[in-house]
Design a binder for this molecule. Structure first.
Ligand SMILES: C[S@@+](CC[C@H](N)C(=O)[O-])C[C@H]1O[C@@H](n2cnc3c(N)ncnc32)[C@H](O)[C@@H]1O
Length: 438
């Protein structure tokens, strides 16, 4: 199988089943591994790139197609998107992009559609660049140019201003760097940086997180130095900052109430005894296997539990609770490129209500003097700052208490930790550190 044949099948399956792109890609790559690692890299770039740019590619394809995109067979539309992506966004010469994509479709037994796809792709290849609406309509223009739904473009301009909103849209179309958190129970960051350089990797420390390392593009992460030994765990710099910002005292027993897949729970387990709960029992083995790989299994227990419901007594008492709540995920669109087309504006209010219920329930588990760290990987104030403001207004026994962290300069506005997608290269996160006074 070629990279393009696999890429067409991946996009077709994502469209047909509404599945996550990363899950389908990983499954298909393990079912039908490509022999050359360069083909794996190409299939990854084509599927992620064509999904990130999907709205703009569809805008171009629609110009030349004599039928509606919705009525096209999944593999035909996937081939058109993959072909158009190569033409507009890669160095593949246009002629090869068209020829190889049409060939891939034929290999899938779709010879009858090949002529149709060939004709459209050739017309796209003749264009000087991707077609765009007039700049006079800012929202429509940015929506197509950066491939985000109009409601989201409008919303970001309203919340963050045109300049920041544009930077966020652009950042969502970049491939994120691979960032790992050093397992400080096994190695220091300086020592791990030196060890990774010794094996020939060009690594850099993260600029703000004191425990992060940026890796260069690598093949399988499992083959990178230190993976098997549990010296690091993949985690975006902004997600690492949530753990750092939490600054939970060393002796505290910690509940991570929404823990899967376990990045923040394992971070906490480096210094604390942690109970990691999640609504979905099928997500617990991933948390457990990561804790085991990192040598933290003795410090972490994973349990299925709904965070809107009172905690079972047998889980014991906690000094601090982390609520990394289910959210709209709008701070992580570069990692989950299909999410921007699936999310609806109404989801934000629905998720904010769920977060509110989780927060209300989890605050009960914190004793006077204890901490609650609330975090969401979204850009939306309704799920972040507004949520916490509302909580504090109705709970005079709680206060926001930003940590004192000598030597760590956090991106912080007033009492909160907030990161936004943009040139800083990290995900969008919001976190608040709350103390129960009485
Ligand atoms: C943002 S993710 C947590 C990420 C995790 N803290 C990490 O750093 O790897 C939110 C998690 O909340 C879980 N979740 C959703 N509703 C929940 C509920 N009612 N109770 C507990 N967990 C829930 C989801 O299954 C999801 O794994």
């Amino acid at each position: 199988m070629s990279a393009r044949t696999l890429a067409i099948q991946v996009l077709a399956r994502v469209r047909a089943t509404d599945a996550y792109l990363n899950v389908v890609l990983d499954t298909m790559l393990s079912e039908s591994p490509l022999k050359d690692p360069r083909d794996t890299a190409l299939a990854t770039e084509l599927t992620y790139g064509a999904t990130r740019r999907q709205l703009a590619l569809d805008y171009a394809i629609t110009r030349f197609a004599d039928r509606k995109l919705d009525s096209m067979e999944d593999r035909v539309l996937a081939a058109l998107r993959i072909g158009a992506y190569q033409i507009f966004h890669t160095r593949v010469p246009a002629r090869a992009a068209v020829g190889e994509t049409v060939q891939a479709l034929k290999e899938l037994g779709m010879s009858r559609a090949a002529g149709f796809v060939n004709a459209i792709l050739r017309k796209l290849a003749d264009l000087p660049g991707p077609p765009l609406p007039p700049e006079s309509d800012t929202v429509e223009y940015l929506s197509v140019r950066e491939s985000h739904p109009k409601w989201l473009v409008e919303r970001w301009i309203r919340h963050f201003g045109r300049e920041r909103a544009e930077a966020m849209l652009v950042a969502d179309n970049q491939t994120p760097p691979i960032v790992v958190r050093v397992n400080t129970t096994k190695v220091t960051r300086d020592a791990l940086l030196a060890q990774l350089r010794d094996v020939g990797l060009e690594v850099q420390p993260t600029t703000v997180s004191p425990v992060g390392i940026v890796l260069p593009p690598v093949g399988r992460l499992e083959d990178v130095y230190g993976y098997r030994e549990g010296l690091w765990q993949v985690q975006d710099e902004a997600a690492q900052l949530v753990g750092v910002y939490g600054a939970i005292p060393e002796t505290a027993r910690v509940l991570d109430a929404c823990a899967a897949p376990g990045g923040k729970a394992c971070h906490q387990a480096e210094g604390h005894e942690v109970v990691a709960t999640d609504l979905h029992a099928n997500k617990l083995p991933k948390i457990e296997s990561e804790a085991k790989r990192l040598g933290l299994a003795g410090k972490l227990r994973a349990v299925a539990h709904d965070a809107t419901q009172p905690l079972p007594e047998e889980l014991g008492e906690f000094h601090a609770v982390l609520v990394d709540a289910p959210c709209s995920g709008l701070g992580t669109l570069r990692r989950h490129p299909e999410l921007r087309y699936r999310r609806k504006e109404e989801d934000i209010g629905r998720l904010a209500s769920l977060q509110r219920r989780i927060l209300e329930n989890c605050q009960e588990a914190v004793p006077p003097g204890g901490l609650l760290v609330y975090a969401v990987c979204t850009t939306e104030p309704q799920e972040g700052q507004d949520q916490v403001d509302m909580f504090l207004r109705s709970h005079p026994e709680w206060t926001a208490e930003p940590p004192v962290l000598p030597g760590v300069k956090l991106p912080q506005s007033q009492a909160w930790l907030r990161t936004l997608p943009g040139p800083e290269g990290w995900d969008g996160f919001f976190a608040a550190r709350l103390r129960k006074l009485y």
